[in-house]
Design a binder for this molecule. Structure first.
Ligand code: AMP
Length: 466
């Protein structure tokens, strides 16, 4: 049902973008537009209100991000674009992507305003002026009420994952925020599903919106989906069998409960497949850390519940396993959407027992295509399979607030510490900490360096966190 052949999708140069932006998307490695970008960007750049059906992984952030960057005037230090997201993790992910997209435009300031963080520093950042705000509805509204945020110059409002914002009870907050924005504005709304409540808020918040849909089945083209029918007592053995047969370089295993998460994590670790559990009982900091460790290659397998996996943002995840299927087919689609992103190949494997057959049927009905069913006996197992993450992570005490930039750390590590650039992975700078992924074999050397070496002329404390 994929009506746009990827090869027929144009490049970004076909769009009415600033020339610097065309160069910039190229430098990010975006050669062709994704389907949602090809469909939505011309409308967005034409100033239209767009109601887009697309989920995370479709490239929707760039679809609205490139649009709002064209609309803002950097010389005017007023908030001109506001992106509302359901969760802090998504807001941070969206903020990061827009920052990347804004690289080619000088002096664009973006701030994220999310709950769970002290409000004082956010106020201060707002006082210094920002062009773009990305945040969660609750905290954005707090700032509006405290008059620390002013939306009178807003030109573009984006409601990202609007269905989830409604699910999470943000509808009143969203309405209160929109009331403070000028009527004359562009409103872009993206949602993975279109329940009637979405039509209602679209009517209330958008003017003559144009609907743009990326086929729900779009993902099916790049994700191989296979369902394994098992007996109740075969779940553990089959999970190991899947690992030993497919031998992924990394994977997310979805569980239904945190108890299940803990059991599966132990099972894998006992069989030399390095795994970490991620569930809602861990505090937010710990969860953020686990997600960062997985994204930077320091964790090979993440065993997660749906709630905890929300912030998962990784470019290429080769495999998703449903240790147990969810009852809601939408949750299934969301889970497997973590793999096969932006045109890459992914594989989604699901275990189900006879008692859970109804869940498979629900997925078939939802997607309109039959599920491919296999049996564990078909797995060709390599019992000596082992899986270890290639990287480890060093946490550095010092971040954005102490003006540490990725280049400072890269410079110290490849300069005085003597590491190769290729031995250093993702560098993630947060407000107070920085996380650097380093090949495991040279972590010791990096830590030894930080023990008495300096970054930007200052000593910094560093410790290994994975
Ligand atoms: P999103 O759906 O916005 O979360 O994007 C999913 C991922 O695809 C992100 O990691 C983007 O950086 C990446 N991406 C977005 N647009 C493109 C493109 N045109 N080509 C390749 N990757 C892209």
């Amino acid at each position: 049902m994929n009506d746009t052949n990827p090869d027929e999708r144009g490049g970004f140069e076909t769009l009415a973008l600033m020339s610097a932006q065309i160069e910039n998307v190229k430098s990010l490695g975006y050669e062709r537009m994704t389907e949602i970008q090809a469909k939505a960007l011309p409308l967005v750049l034409d100033g239209k209100d767009v109601l887009g059906r697309a989920k995370t992984g479709s490239g929707k952030t760039a679809a609205f991000g490139l649009g709002l960057l064209e609309a803002i005037k950097p010389k005017n230090f007023k908030v001109q674009a506001l992106v509302l997201c359901p969760t802090r993790e998504l807001a941070e992910q969206v903020g990061k992507e827009i920052r990347r997209l804004a690289q080619g435009i000088p002096n664009v300031k973006l701030i994220t305003l999310c709950g769970g963080k002290p409000i004082g520093p956010q106020k201060q950042s707002l006082q210094h002026g920002a062009h773009i705000v990305v945040g969660t509805p609750g905290r954005v509204l707090d700032h509006l009420r405290k008059r620390t945020l002013d939306l009178r110059s807003l030109a573009v409002l984006v409601l990202d994952e609007a269905d989830r914002m409604l699910d999470m009870g943000f509808s009143e907050d969203m309405e209160a925020i929109v009331e403070q924005a000028p009527r004359q504005r562009q409103t872009l709304m993206f949602s993975a599903t279109f329940p009637s409540s979405i039509a209602r808020i679209s009517r209330a918040m958008q003017t003559d919106p144009v609907s743009v849909t990326v086929d729900a089945e779009h993902a099916a083209g790049v994700i191989d989906q296979l369902f394994y029918e098992i007996k109740k007592n075969e779940r553990e053995g089959t999970l190991l069998g899947l690992m030993e047969h497919y031998q992924p370089s990394s994977a997310v295993v979805f569980c239904q409960t945190k108890v299940q998460c803990a059991e599966v994590t132990d099972l894998l670790n006992n069989r030399r497949v390095e795994a970490v559990a991620l569930h809602g009982d861990l505090d937010q900091r710990r969860r953020d850390l686990q997600l960062a460790l997985f994204a930077n290659g320091s964790t090979a397998v993440l065993v997660a519940t749906d709630v905890a996996a929300r912030g998962l943002d990784i470019k290429s995840l080769p495999m998703v396993i449903n240790y147990e299927l969810p009852r809601d087919p939408e949750v299934y689609v969301h889970r497997i959407g973590r793999t096969g992103r932006a045109g890459e190949q992914g594989i989604a494997l699901s275990l189900f027992t006879e008692a859970e057959q109804q869940r498979v049927k629900a997925i078939e009905e939802y997607s309109g295509t039959p599920c491919l069913i296999d049996v564990p006996a078909s797995l060709d197992r390599q019992p000596d399979f082992q899986l270890k993450a290639a990287m480890g992570t060093v946490q550095i005490e010092g971040g954005r607030k102490s003006k540490i930039r990725p280049g400072d750390l890269l410079g110290a590590l490849t300069g005085d510490a003597g590491l190769q650039g290729s031995q250093i992975g993702k560098i993630d700078i947060q407000d107070h900490y920085a996380y650097v992924a380093i090949e495991r074999g040279v972590i010791r050397a990096a830590l030894d360096y930080f023990a008495d070496g300096k970054v930007k002329g200052r000593s910094v404390r560093a410790r290994r966190v994975s």
